[in-house]
Design a protein around this ligand. Sequence first.
Ligand code: HEM
Length: 419
Amino acid sequence: MRQNSNIPKERGLDNTLNILKEGYLFIPNRMNLFNSHIFKTRIMGQKAICITGKEASKIFYNPDLFQRKGVAPKRIQKTLFGVNAIQGKDGLAHIKRKSLFMNILSQKEEEKIGRLVKEELIKSIDKWEHMGEVVLFREISEIICYVVCNWVGICITREEAKTRANDFLRMIYSFASVGPKYEKGKKARKSTERWIENIVEDVRNNKIKVGENSPLYKITFYKDTDNKLLDSKMVAIEVINTIRPIVAVSTYVVFAALALHTNPHCKEKLIKNEDNYYEIFVQEVRRFYPFTPFVVAKVKQNFLWNRYEFKKGDLVILDVYGINHDPQIWNEPEKFDPERFKNKEQDLFDFIPQGGGNPAITHRCPGEGVTIKITEVVLDFLLNNIDYHVKEQDLSYPLDKIPTLPRSGFIMSNIKRKK
Ligand code: HEM
């Protein structure tokens, strides 16, 4: 058979609108239809190759085969990532910048953030007891924002954390939108960049003192591959690349609360914490619930995979959501079952809710540890520190909306401190 002739191809001049319509299921729907691990389509006016499965993940995270420069559309850079930030770097420039993030997000710092979030949660109980109803998504995003800004080295009050959290959430929840919602995301990024840029300049001019171990200090005085400091705007962008995704953990926290609510049989196991149950429960939350739909890269050099010749410059989309629900990897993938992680060997390519490969070398997320830590801490709090009621509410999360979230944000009422 001739190369490339056996690859399913989606009809239509451009299928960008179908992504918006089908969201997380855009790639899985077509993989099922074509019974394939690969198909060709057209997205944003160009040819794109969608791939899925563990083997696809292995090639996608081979830095010799793929690059990120020039991949993220400007509309995503102007809301979610920031222009010219780490996500679009390759080779040495990427590895050097990545080492900065790996250093900032050490295990010790993950533990520290977890402790600080727990302390703030405990302090919130009195207020929550008097609130009647608490929307978990809102409250936890403000708590995380307060904790993380101060941990980074930017002092803010609990009151200010409310508006700042809102801006970080706008950057996260607007990038795939159009119209006013997208414009709000862009505005939120602009004003947050300006705010942090001014702080960075004050740190450089010695008007503000920050600890040498703080992420703000480390990023402000980090030297790039040219041995020069980053300009203050780029520092602000990478500081936002540290704070914003930690605020985004609020989404997994809400999914974890939902998982606890819909799987009450897990409560006893969590309380006993046998077999590291907190950890396996959170891993299952990251597998089962949708967050990252897919990741995108460009072919760096021609290569052959699955009888298909990938050509330099081709756009390739890896199906993260589909791989989390791939029946060839997961037994009964549509069942929420933390125990599946009990004896699972670590694999860098088959469980990739936050990207794959070795995070020091590939674009895999450096924040998995802190994501797991914060989610575990909040679960522990919900189980052991308070009693609460979950009234009838719309807990559905639309799969055609990227990123998604339970519609109600998880409303808790009648909150009481556990004696
Ligand atoms: C909230 C849950 C999170 C999800 C779903 C998530 C997901 C991801 C994904 C899919 C990638 C890109 C992988 C790729 O391009 O191949 C990524 C990269 C990244 N994430 Fe996360 N992440 C989360 C939390 C965090 C946290 C807590 C941090 C902490 C600072 C973080 C910082 C980053 C950074 C800096 C990158 C860029 C890495 C690079 O380009 O090398 N993320 N994340």
